[in-house]
Design a binder for this molecule. Sequence first.
Ligand code: ADP
Length: 579
Amino acid sequence: MPMEPVAPMSLEEARAAEDADSRQLLSAATVEEALAVLVEIARRLTRAHQATVVMTPTVGKTRGASVTSLSRAYEVWGGYAVPSSDEPGRTARERRSARAEPRGRISASLPSDAGVLYLFDREVGDFSREDELALHRLARLAGLALESARLLREEQQARSEAEAAEQRAAFLADASRLLASSSLDPKATLDTLARLCVPILADWCFVDIVDESGTVQRTSVAHAEPGLDALARRVRDFPPGPEGSAHPTTRVARQAESLLVDNIDDAWLRAVSVSEAHFETMREVGFHEILAVPLLARGRSLGALTFLAVRPSRHYNPTDLETAQDLARRAALLVDNARLYREARRSVRLRDEFLAVASHELKTPLTPLQLRLQWLRRQTRKDRPFLPTPLVVSQLDVVQRQVDKLSGLVHGLLDVSRLSSGRLTLHREDVNLEAVAREVKDRLAVPASQAGSPVSLSLQGDLRGHWDRVRLEQVLTNLLANALKYGAGQPVHIALRGEADRVLLRVEDSGIGIAREYQSHIFERFGRAVSERHYGGLGLGLYITRQIVEAHGGEIGVRSEPDMGSRFEVSLPRHESTA
Ligand code: ADP
């Protein structure tokens, strides 16, 4: 075996070398580096052919790491000894006393049982007592070095965690600024939010919104990798799953529950896909984790915010879930505010329209009223005491009609303000609807003949119930007056039919009809389907009618087509009719 030449060393030189060794060992930045330096120094110091350190296995591992340094001669051989694991802690002293060990091996344990440092085969002669002492000193020093490398690693870890937290905080600050600053155009803001979330939180991010009609729409899609625009368009345009389907984001949006799934495979994709094309698209995106949270505002879900992990290193944990929920809450607030704002604007617009129409309507009867009153006053001057009675009566009829119209309008307004503050109280009594219908028909006989619309009445079954008579008169008056107004010149039919526990009331005309898109709208406050230039009216009659019907526990609906007439149908439960 070739020997490495040994240069004699002075005591000072030896000390200086030892200091240099210590510094090198203690300045190791990682555990691995410390171990590599350790075996190198140990081998050189004791002139061994091989130094090996075996670390104690950590929890959950069956083998500890080992690092070896070989002399040039052993390196050429390419072989090294493997320390037997059954006596790792046994020291050279113990072995000497046992006398069974070959002199070619000594060892020392590292502090805190971190591992064992072995030396094999001295280049010249046997290992000496000095070698053993040097080895023990080195082992103690290695303990310190390992501890400082560990601390360094912890510090680095803490620092990178702090950096990640800082990055996340900066991102959240950006996102909150974005969500707070804007705007009445939530779509643009949600687009920006989705873009902001990739790649920091996800490889894909999208937003689904439940629109006012209850349909889920995907409004924004963002992805981290360039060149995926065509796929992104497919992801965005994909129709949502039908109600009750397993479609993941549709479910989150509708059921308002968060979703976090890892290890996504084809079986999962299959189970949640709504079609083959959907399955293929999801596969192409290639995500292995999904995190989706509902957009909650005022206890309602307005949609979902979804993150997909495509990069293998990306995983979602409970902190990500919290971050996502926090973002979703802010985004929901934005969507909700924009909706409220839209509604408020609509109300303001309706109110303004209403005020214009109302003042016009209230003014219209005043002109003929004033004219007739002025005429009567002129005619009743002292010098003309006798007026022909028919003339006076006809003038008074006009006056009466205009006063009725005004008082009807004012009552309508009062009703609406009463309904808005929830003060509609019913005075129930035993009522026969037939009597109500006949009375209303008689009362509107003049307007009916003026409109050129004969009114017919058909009756069937028991028409008695426990209702508010005055309010039902109002219902029938509104429906009949509308039929005469919007169906002038054509016959109008009223039908009453008694069923087991309810009475059906139908008013049918053959007039201008109502387009489908207005049919639900006309029952709202100020809701109108006609222009105010052609037909006067406040758009309150049907609103009040519906409120009265619903206060009785009933329902009202309309069937109509433009130019084909309208049929309004009211269903009234009899209640505790004593009849
Ligand atoms: P108004 O008649 O004062 O406008 P209503 O609340 O009674 O208010 O009716 C609301 C709207 O519904 C009307 O403006 C009209 O467009 C429509 N409408 C109501 N009844 C009829 C009907 N019989 N035929 C056609 N349209 C109708």
